[in-house]
Design a protein around this ligand. Structure first.
Ligand code: FMN
Length: 160
């Protein structure tokens, strides 16, 4: 099955989830597409598409949002998976997921997941560090990526 994993990542957390996921999916190797580097990627001809991004001040990356809007009609004819990386958990995380992916795609998707995230202080600029310190009270790199959620995406996408 021809599979594309499309994503955007600010500090590498989503990218590492994508690479892990690509290694777990059965069948023909998935193509991994960074939407910031490949702005014109068209999912035509792909039978499975997984879309991932991370949340920064409530918003997923713009290229991810634009991809969902531009190719919405095509995406509802594929086996679809959606995930976000973020540091909020439970209801706040679910709300962010709902606000950042269109309802039509969420309802069509075979796998909707929140996989956790990483505050990567080595990669943040000074302004991001200030925001994270202020809002989350964190001043060093921490990660709560949930590998079991990544395995669940692969299982749900491999299911018939
Ligand atoms: C400046 C900044 C703002 C953030 N805002 C949010 C937020 O609003 N909600 C949230 O759940 N996580 C937030 N996060 C956490 C990121 O979603 C998390 O670090 C994620 O793993 C980043 O993934 P990436 O490295 O692929 O971009 C924020 C992180 C930074 C650095």
């Amino acid at each position: 099955m021809k599979t594309a994993i499309v994503y955007a990542s600010n500090h590498g957390a989503t990218e590492s989830v994508v690479n892990q996921l690509a290694g777990l999916l059965a069948g023909e190797p998935a193509e991994v597409i960074n939407l910031r580097k490949n702005k014109n990627f068209n999912p035509k001809g792909y039978e499975r598409v997984i879309i991932g991004g991370s949340i920064h001040v409530g918003q997923i990356q713009k290229p991810v949002k634009q991809f969902c809007i531009r190719y919405g009609n095509q995406l509802i004819n594929t086996k679809l998976g959606l995930f976000i990386c973020c540091m909020y958990t439970e209801e706040q995380a679910s709300r962010q997921f709902e606000l950042n992916f269109p309802e039509i795609l969420r309802e069509h998707s075979s796998s909707n997941k929140i996989v956790g995230g990483t505050f990567n202080f080595e990669k943040m600029n000074w302004f991001e560090k200030v925001i994270v310190k202020k809002v989350a009270g964190v001043n060093q790199t921490i990660s709560n990526i949930d590998d079991s959620k990544i395995r669940e995406i692969a299982e749900e996408m491999d299911r018939n």
